[in-house]
Design a protein around this ligand. Structure first.
Ligand code: NDP
Length: 334
């Protein structure tokens, strides 16, 4: 059956300006780190992507190494694009990244111009598209001069293979340096992608203010702390969950203390008439410096639950205090 997107897809989603750029991003974006590899169900992959687009999610975030195996999330995204979404390419913001290990040898990792530009070419081939909307350096590389890495991002944009440049996992001092270089080159830094959630508060220690000053957008990854900030683990570790795979989310991170914190947050969420997942997303979006939250989902049901966060982004002082009190008992996650 030919796919026809929902005609109401732009009615409910909110769109926020990304820093001081002209680009608007959906308040909720979908990442393809997990659940989109060759090990996953092609039917579920298609369902998730189309359900997202039908709900007004215009932004899909990838990286060269997402899978498993590495590269397969881009290939699978490309398949759905060709089958269903290509007529709507101008309604989509597709991002990819290079910076982590992707292929063997000295040119398949880190921050060299050689690696970044050949990786971008590979990503475009895997997705079957001529350009990405945002190309990121995935993580800082202390061994490569920052000028070289930023010049490669600038080159990606000038060559038309990317429309905007972004950085991820950069600390505030390096953000300022990278942004100054990009500004000098004439390709302003559009966006930064940090890990940020109720359980990981690091960006509050200078990063968010740095981004605001620099006119750089912020898209918060792992806003649900990989699923910990939901009701997923309140009654044990489900067999089909990320923690059950014990790889990126370790079973032993689900301690009794953490579960106490999550149960407390869950009670605050219930009091607001929200699921914990929705409250965790709303809590991030209450800060106007956060352009978008970058969620993951293993089912269309989870995705729809998460988008429901937009129904209530307001917090009373009492609710915020109750959340802080619960979180102050939790030791920060690494
Ligand atoms: P989340 O914190 O949103 O975790 C997603 C997981 O939480 C899902 O796979 C699912 O786990 C569970 N979940 C989601 N919604 C619900 C719900 N409503 N109820 C119960 N459980 C739920 O984000 P991710 O860690 O997946 O990261 C999101 C994206 O961020 C990535 O895809 C990637 O694009 C980006 N990212 C970027 C990084 C970087 O270095 N720049 C690093 C990491 C991520 P389950 O599978 O168990 O059902």
């Amino acid at each position: 059956m030919n796919y026809l997107p929902a005609s109401h897809r732009y009615d409910k989603m909110q769109y926020r300006r990304c820093g001081r750029s002209g680009l608007m991003l959906p308040a909720v974006s979908l990442g393809l780190w997990h659940n989109f590899g060759h090990v996953d169900s092609p039917g579920n992959i298609r369902n998730l992507l189309l359900a997202a687009f039908d709900a007004g999610i215009t932004h899909f975030d990838l990286a060269n190494n997402y899978g498993p195996p590495p590269g397969s999330a881009e290939e699978n995204f490309g398949k759905v694009l060709r089958r269903d979404l290509l007529p709507y390419r101008d309604e989509l913001i597709i991002s990819t990244k290079a910076g982590n290990e992707m292929w063997p040898g000295p040119y398949g990792n880190s921050g060299s111009r050689k690696y970044l530009l050949s990786s971008l070419d590979q990503s475009l081939r895997r997705m079957g598209i001529e350009y990405v909307d945002i190309f990121y350096h995935h993580r800082p590389d202390p061994e490569t001069p920052l000028e070289e890495t930023m010049t490669a991002l600038d080159q990606a944009v000038r060559s038309g293979k990317a429309l905007y440049a972004g950085i991820s996992n950069y600390p505030p001092k390096l953000v300022r340096k990278a942004s100054a270089i990009l500004h000098f080159l004439g390709t302003p830094c559009l966006i930064h992608q940090p890990r940020y959630s109720m359980l990981v508060r690091e960006p509050e220690k200078g990063l968010l203010s740095t981004l605001e000053e620099g006119g750089i957008g912020c898209i918060a990854f792992s806003p649900l702390a990989q699923g910990l900030l939901t009701d997923r683990y309140l009654k044990g570790i489900p067999g089909d969950s990320r923690a059950a795979r014990n790889h990126f989310l370790k079973k032993n991170s689900i301690t009794p203390e953490l579960l106490e914190t999550v149960s407390g947050l869950n009670r605050v969420a219930s009091g607001r008439g929200q699921s914990l997942a929705r409250m965790a997303i709303a809590w991030l979006l209450r800060d106007p410096r956060v352009t978008s939250v970058l969620i993951g989902a293993s089912s269309a049901g989870q995705l729809m639950d998460n988008i429901g966060a937009l129904d209530n982004l307001e917090f009373s002082k009492k609710e915020l205090l109750a959340i802080e009190k619960i979180l102050s008992r939790e030791s920060p996650m690494p």
